[in-house]
Ligand binder design. Structure first.
Ligand code: G6P
Length: 369
């Protein structure tokens, strides 16, 4: 056991640290000279993508959050209308499938019962084709979907998903880039996105250096019963994922919220006992998020703000903790900002003495409904 953990105290910590390599392996030769290579997509698959007019993404848990990020990318970069839905909801309603809609399942295990049921339904529902992003070759999902993009994260043992998420996002970014090529999106925009993907392993590596700083924050959050995670835009799903990680392994009640929605409820919960963790990169929503942070500060909330180097101005003296990292970029940022949040929930869970790799009541793969 100690051997397979490679000297780490838990699988989860090992898997968090494997992310630079896992992401590098997942991208590898799928990019060639700032373009998507034939190793990512063959001609027959590209021909399907040329017809895509809509995308329906279906997943559960952390994989659902990957889908939410992808929706922001796909619509903003390729203008292809995209919907994302929880598999257990999707499978029991009567979804309308417009012409030339692509069905896309995301799953680490490829064995999640609701995601498979959704795929089986989709096969009868008139979709253009079924695609999947999956970490396990030969899983039910890999076998049943028309096209499968494998993430090369390696086995993920910790119940709380970490490297599966970041590698799923890497594949979804590649898919977005391929669709951007098909849609003739400006070449400069595309090559910038491709460059971001290349720098990703290095930037994830740097974010791991925040470990000691995050341990200090964990010592404060461990005393609390609740936590609120805030983000906007493509970082809203990152906030949801941060909250999910914390509740899964530390059993602290946590909610992720789009920061603009604060006034519609969660602000009532904010007092000096409420840690508020904000994902605050330097993007077009920075000013909006800063004013949300101010709303929390004015009510005495304990603020922990994750920023990239360029978004820290004005915040330094107003928040309890400012954690600076390198992340900016449409593709990079919603991937890299997950890493310190994974470390945060890990350290809180360790301090609480929970079973980090096998949290109570949860399973790695939910193969029954
Ligand atoms: C379980 C796991 C989560 C995972 C979810 C979806 O709840 O504990 O970590 O995100 O299932 O699993 P999948 O294998 O379909 O990605």
């Amino acid at each position: 056991d100690a051997l397979t953990k490679d000297g780490y105290a838990h699988y989860m910590l090992k898997e968090i640290h494997e992310q630079p390599t896992a992401v590098a392996n997942t991208i590898a030769d799928r990019l060639y000279n700032d373009k998507i290579s034939k190793y990512f997509i063959d001609q027959a698959t590209a021909a399907i993508l040329e017809q895509v007019e809509n995308i329906h993404i279906i997943a559960c848990g952390t994989s659902f959050h990957a889908g939410m990020v992808a929706r922001y990318w796909l619509e903003a970069i390729t203008q292809i209308p995209t919907q994302v839905e929880i598999a257990s909801e999707y499978r029991y309603r009567k979804p309308v499938v417009p012409k030339n809609t692509l069905f896309l399942t995301i799953s680490q295990s490829g064995e999640t019962a609701d995601s498979l049921a959704a795929l089986r339904f989709a096969k009868t529902a008139g979709y253009l084709s079924t695609f999947a992003v999956c970490n396990v070759a030969n899983s039910s999902l890999d076998r049943e979907t028309d096209v499968c993009f494998l993430t090369h994260a390696g086995p993920e043992i910790g119940v709380a998903s970490t490297k599966a998420l970041t590698t799923q996002l890497a594949v979804l970014a590649l898919l977005t880039l391929k669709l951007a090529e098909i849609k003739n999106v400006d070449e400069a925009i595309r090559s910038n996105l491709a460059k971001q993907l290349r720098t990703l392993p290095g930037i994830i590596n740097q974010s791991l250096l925040l470990n000691d700083q995050i341990k200090v924050i964990a010592e404060q959050i461990v005393r609390r019963d609740n936590a609120l995670f805030l983000g906007r835009g493509v970082h809203y799903p990152v906030a949801l994922e941060g909250a999910l990680k914390l509740k899964e392994i530390s059993y602290i009640h946590a909610e992720g919220y789009p920061a603009g929605e604060l006034k519609h409820g969660p602000l009532a919960l904010v007092d000096e006992k409420m840690p508020v963790i904000a994902v605050c990169p330097n993007d077009e929503l920075l000013e909006k998020l800063e004013s949300n942070i101010e709303e929390v500060r004015a009510r005495g909330g304990e603020l922990y703000v994750f920023v990239d180097h360029k978004s820290q101005h004005g915040l330094k003296d107003r928040v309890n903790h400012l954690i600076e990292m390198e992340a900016s970029g449409t593709f990079t940022s919603p991937i890299v900002f997950n890493v310190p949040l994974q470390l945060l929930s890990y350290h809180v869970a360790v301090l609480r003495g929970t079973d980090v790799d096998q949290p109570r009541n949860l399973a790695k793969s939910v193969t029954v409904e």
